[in-house]
Design a protein around this ligand. Structure first.
Ligand code: NAD
Length: 454
């Protein structure tokens, strides 16, 4: 499997994908290791994960370089991701003991009732490339903390980072028969579906997620899906500073080249500020430094997957044919690498693909709205349900909009953010199940009810 640098098209290295036999051997080994790992105290398990976190931070520069080389993520954003993901470890370390301890529900009268939380066993984590630290940690660290063993299949576009997770987890004291990295593309992911895992935890596209859920349904094991989005932002006319609102919105749409599951993917703007907002937004986007992702000042690097270039070209052509106005960008950048110009389209409507289908790239559609109800109707008009945002000075008015969103997360005066303190979940085609927070840890355990009569 050739690992290509998306900025230069050069082959970095070739890796040997895991075969069916190797996957079987790894699973057999994990089944043995998991039993001992589950018997360790939560303190012992957490100390390994804390050591892992420290090792990652000690090797930050080298790991960021690797992430940039294989995904094209601008180096500053790679550093931000690796540093930022550490908050999962701090949060887990502060709370996991409490979350996983026995709960005594009744301790009087004739019957004593309590709940204990047991690990699922050996889980498969099939993951995405866009934020491998964030989405990886959300699953495998919580699973390990709860006493599970993990077969982690990084995306074929983040395999080198996946191998580093394995290397540093083992160095931090997580036994080899408790965490194993499985290398390969979709065909190797498919092999995992045929094996006897105790749970499947997937981060990726709707199409693959649906296929996984259908393929493993007969096993009756937990299946969790963190999928894509078409996340709306509504900018009300009362924002304090239109220019600042435009700068913040542009960052929400274009950070990581728009390749974030919770990136702002469509913007609705109140009529009164529409022209000013669009002008400030376009000026901001035109100022983004594009180029070599290893340069510290680069904000827009190459797309990770070359196939996405065609999706973006198609969305632009479709929008222009249906009456959108192109304010900047619109084309693939000639030369080496998967570069696409940051693109802003105005006068968009829901007949256009750019307003309805996940773009996952540096492109945004902007639409004018007359009032809050029109914005609510448009924001809700989607097959996805990951996040939705409102910018406004009026909290009460913003909350009235946010309460009507059928999404797992809503934002007021912010967007494109994830926090370990609150659950992360998608509704409708954005997925099923929850990661992060006290609720996310429950995905990796099964409760056992004890009815005890002394
Ligand atoms: P993808 O679906 O192409 O691939 C995801 C993983 O599935 C990869 O590891 C891939 O090898 C594997 N895979 C592919 N075919 C498979 C099969 N038949 N059986 C088993 N595994 C298979 O997605 P991607 O391009 O890696 O990620 C981008 C998508 O992920 C976007 O839609 C994005 O919005 C979504 N995403 C969602 C979240 C979230 O938290 N909701 C986070 C990050 C990314």
């Amino acid at each position: 499997m050739k690992i290509k640098n998306p900025a230069t098209d050069e082959i970095i290295v070739a890796l040997k994908p895991d075969s069916k036999a190797e996957i079987g051997q790894k699973l057999a080994m994990l089944k043995i290791g998991q039993k001992d790992w589950a018997k360790e105290t939560i303190d012992d398990r957490m100390s390994c994960l804390v050591r892992f976190g420290a090792l990652i931070q000690e090797n930050l520069q080298e790991l960021a370089f690797l992430l940039t080389s294989e995904t094209g993520k601008p180096i500053q954003q790679a550093l931000n991701e690796i540093k930022g993901a550490h908050n999962r470890i701090e949060h887990l370390n502060a709370h996991a003991r409490h979350w996983l301890s026995k709960e005594i529900m009744v301790d009087s009268g004739g019957t004593h009732e309590q709940i204990t939380y047991e690990p699922l066993g050996v889980i498969a984590n099939i993951s995405a490339w866009n934020f491998p630290y964030n989405v990886g940690y959300n699953v495998f660290l919580y699973a390990l903390a709860a006493g599970n063993a993990v077969a982690y299949k990084p995306s074929e576009f983040a395999s080198l980072t996946g191998q580093q997770f394995e290397f540093y987890l083992h160095r931090a004291g997580v036994p080899k028969n408790v965490f194993q990295c499985i290398i390969g593309s979709g065909d190797v992911g498919q092999l995992l579906l045929e094996e006897d895992f105790d749970g499947y935890f997937f981060t990726g596209s709707y199409g693959t997620g649906l296929h996984i859920a259908k393929s493993v349904a007969h096993k009756l094991v937990p299946v969790q899906l963190e999928l894509g989005g078409k996340d709306p932002l509504y900018v009300m006319e009362d924002v304090l500073d239109v220019k600042q609102a435009a700068i913040n919105a542009a960052e929400g749409a274009f950070y990581n080249n728009g390749q974030s599951c919770c990136a702002v993917e469509r913007i609705y703007v109140a009529e009164r500020i529409y022209d000013d907002f669009v002008a400030a937004f376009t000026t901001e986007v035109k100022s983004y430094p594009i180029g070599n992702p290893l340069n510290a000042e680069t904000f827009i690097g190459p797309l990770t997957r070359p196939e996405q270039l065609q999706v973006l070209e198609y969305q632009v052509a479709d929008a222009l044919a249906k009456g959108a106005t192109l304010l900047t960008g619109g084309n693939k950048i000639k030369g080496k690498g998967n570069y696409f110009e940051p693109t802003v389209l105005m006068n968009c409507h829901h007949g256009m693909k750019v307003m309805m289908e996940e773009s996952f790239g540096p492109i945004i559609g902007i639409q004018k709205v007359d009032n809050d109800q029109a914005a609510i109707d448009l924001m809700r008009d989607t097959a996805y349900g990951l996040t939705a945002a409102v910018f406004s000075q009026d909290k009460e008015r913003a909350m009235l909009v946010l309460e009507q969103m059928d999404t797992g997360t809503v934002y007021w005066n912010c967007c494109d953010r994830v926090s370990p303190n609150v659950p992360w979940s998608g509704r409708k085609n954005s997925g099923q199940g929850v990661t992060l927070s006290s609720q996310g840890i429950r995905a990796f355990v099964q409760p056992k009810a004890y009815h005890l009569r002394p």
